[in-house]
Every structure is written in C-alpha cells, then in structure tokens.
Design a protein around this ligand. Sequence first.
Ligand code: HEC
Ligand code: HEC
Ligand code: HEC
Length: 346
Amino acid sequence: MILRISLKRAIVALLVLGVLGMLFAWSGAMQISASSGHWRITDWFLHWTMRNSVRTHAWLDAPPDPLDDEGLVSAAGHFRQACQVCHGAPGVRPSPVMQQATPPAPDLARTAGEWRDRELFWIIRHGVKFTGMPAWAAADRPDEVRRMTAFVRRLPHMTAAQYQALTQAGEEGRLPGVAPATLSACTSCHGVDGRGREQSDIPVLAGQSAAYLVASMRQYVSEKRSSAVMQTALATTGREDMARLATYFSAMPGLANVATTRSSPGVDRFGQPLPACSNCHAVGKAAPILAGQKPGYLAARLRLWQQDDNVIDARLPPDTMAMIARRIPVDKIDELARTVAQSGSD
Ligand code: HEC
Ligand code: HEC
Ligand code: HEC
C-alpha cells in the first residue's frame, strides 16, 4: 500500500500527535519524580541541548573578558554561602539532600575544565532552566559574576587548605549579643580588623560612620543597592545585629574622618558642573568617608551609578550621588577615585 503524504494529512497527523501528547500528560502516567532519574538517552539529550544553548548564547552575549582574578576572597566566601551546598567545594562534600536532585549538581573541580571562560560566565550569570542551577541573584552585577567565574576556573587545582584560607580570616574577636558564626561570616571577607583583607573589591568598614554602615545594610536587604554577595551575607541578619555589627566595625581604627583642605560651593571639572566632593564627604557630614577607602571599590560604585537606569526615572526621588556620578567622564573615574581615596578631598 502506498501512502501519499499531502499537506492535509501531515497537519492531521501532527494534530493527532499533539492530542495524544496532551492525553499522556493528563493521564498522570508521566514520571516526574527526581528519584526515578532520567533514562540514559534523555540525560544525554538534555545535556547535549544545554551545551549547545550555552555555546551559542555565550558567544552572543558573554563579555570578551569574563574573568577577574582580583576578588577571589569575596567570590570564595559567596561560593561557600550560596553554591557549596549543591556543588561541594575543595575538602567539603555537597549536601546529600541536594545530590538527590535530578540532575545532581556536578563537582565543578571535575567539570569546570570542560567549559570555555565565556561559557562559565554565561552559566553563572543566567543559570540553567529545569535543573535547579540558579541565575545570579543581582542581574546588574556582571563584575561579581566575573570574580566568581575566575574562582570557578581555579577550582580544579585548588586544595582544601587554599579554600579554607580564602574563606576564613584569622583569630576572631567577640561581639556580645551577636552569634560568633554571624561575626565570623562578616570577618571572613571584611577581615578581623574590618579592612577588607587587602581585596580591592571589599570596602574598609573600620572607622566608617556607623549610621552609614547600617543604612548600607538596609539598602542591600531592600535591594535598593544590589550585590548578590552582600544580599546573601545579610539574608539571616536581623536589624539589631546589623546595628551591633555597624557599631563594632565603626569603632575600629581604619578610615579617618580627616579635615579636608578645601570646600568650594562648586567646581567646573572635566568641563562639567561638578560640586566639590568635600562639600558632603567631610567631617561632620552624613556622606561616607572616602579618605583611605579602596580606590577600586570607589571606582566600581561610581561606575554602577552611571549605569543605573533608575536615576532618570522621574517617578522616583532624585539620587544625588547617582546624578553626580553621571557627570564624571568614564575615563576619569579611576583617577578621581584614587585622588579622593588618598586625601578625601578633591
Ligand atoms: C540548587 C542547587 C545549585 C546551586 C545552589 C548552584 N548550582 Fe550550579 N548547577 C546545579 C546543577 C543541577 C547544575 C547542572 C546543570 C546541567 O547539567 O544542566 C549546575 C551547573 C553549574 C555549572 C556548569 C558546570 C557543568 O559542568 O554543568 C556551573 C559553572 C555552576 N553550576 C556554578 C554554580 C555557582 C557559581 C553557584 C553559586 C553562585 C551555583 N552553581 C549554585 C545546581 C546548583
Ligand atoms: C562573601 C564576602 C562578604 C561577606 C561574607 C560579607 N561581606 Fe560585606 N561586603 C562584601 C563586598 C564585596 C562588599 C561591596 C559590595 C558592593 O559592591 O556593593 C561589601 C559591602 C559591605 C557594606 C557596605 C560598605 C560601604 O562602604 O558601603 C557593609 C556595611 C558590609 N559589607 C557589612 C557586612 C556585614 C555586617 C557582614 C556580615 C553579616 C558582611 N558584610 C559580610 C563582601 C562580604
Ligand atoms: C551633595 C552631597 C554629595 C556630594 C557633593 C558628593 N557626594 Fe558622594 N556620596 C554622597 C552620599 C549621601 C553618599 C552615600 C550614598 C548611598 O550610599 O546611597 C555618597 C557616596 C559616595 C561614594 C560611595 C562610597 C562608599 O563607601 O560606598 C563615592 C565613591 C562617592 N560618593 C564619590 C563622590 C565623589 C567622587 C564626589 C565628587 C565628585 C562626591 N561623591 C560628591 C553625597 C555626596
């Protein structure tokens, strides 16, 4: 018997297949339990599809420089708080509960080498649908993703001792009223002296105004200020702990609220009407102390303000610092950040 394929027959066949598929889904016969795992062929097909998708999308929208090696402490600390439970880490097994997911999270020390830098960046930033691999918690912080990509890239060669050194600071202080584990989480990145463990992306908290530190923490929690690292770090910190921690770090020797030499009402700088930074960043004023802060961190904040779309949203109250930052030419940011970090004045 010869069956002729006509357009009409093809459409009918497709419709029948669609209805059969719906009937199968409706019947409940489809096995969706994680405990049953995948058939080998399904596993292969899903992973093959995922690899192809990552390859194409990484090529389309991952940056050409996806690695930043300068912030391994904050990346490792965030990995410990957010990723280790599923993936494990050098010297740390993944949670047995998480390993019962389908698919279970791979050991990155084994698989990281299979991916190109841009592909790792893309996965870490966007996550993988249907697998439990989450997207980066702050969509507008590719700089944090670049640090994490550099960290994951190093995992295949990292020893347990190196991981521990990255995620733990030295001898702990004590803070009455605050659980030792909470304090040691903060100091693992910010250092027991509150000076940020010589990392250019971790700000000095020591000596900073306590009111500003509390305000910053609240901004992270309310997501007004975005950082996957700090949002995760503060996920279980209550308001009282925040106040105690702010007072604790603020009282340490560090940033000094030095008197600035000049405070002019306005200066014409870079051809822009920019106010003198020392109008607000000065002794007795509410703005944070800049003198002694890390230039890399200050420059990163100015860059973030420049990219913030909310700045020009007329429905929101104006954000002064964002407006000021937008007037600084991009190529002058590093220089200005270095100047104010050195002297606090402009
Ligand atoms: C809830 C569990 C879970 C958490 C938390 C998690 N992942 Fe994953 N991750 C997965 C799973 C599952 C896959 C496998 C996806 C696949 O194969 O399709 C994966 C894949 C990856 C991959 C691709 C490697 C490969 O061989 O497939 C990278 C890189 C990665 N995760 C990094 C991270 C980082 C960094 C974090 C923390 C910010 C993180 N993951 C948090 C579950 C998790
Ligand atoms: C995994 C590393 C890490 C941990 C853990 C961590 N921090 Fe941070 N913290 C950072 C980084 C990185 C930044 C800069 C974030 C940004 O770009 O906005 C930061 C910023 C801050 C700021 C803003 C400072 C400023 O000058 O604006 C405060 C306040 C702060 N952290 C307090 C804490 C406290 C309190 C804890 C403990 C509950 C803590 N951090 C835990 C890495 C960490
Ligand atoms: C009108 C007052 C005002 C002036 C003028 C001003 N700032 Fe600010 N600045 C602030 C306030 C308020 C904050 C805290 C904002 C926040 O956390 O949301 C801040 C925060 C900052 C931060 C982030 C510091 C940190 O520790 O996270 C940087 C960097 C900064 N300013 C740089 C500058 C520079 C450079 C100038 C001069 C070109 C300047 N500011 C002029 C009010 C001002």
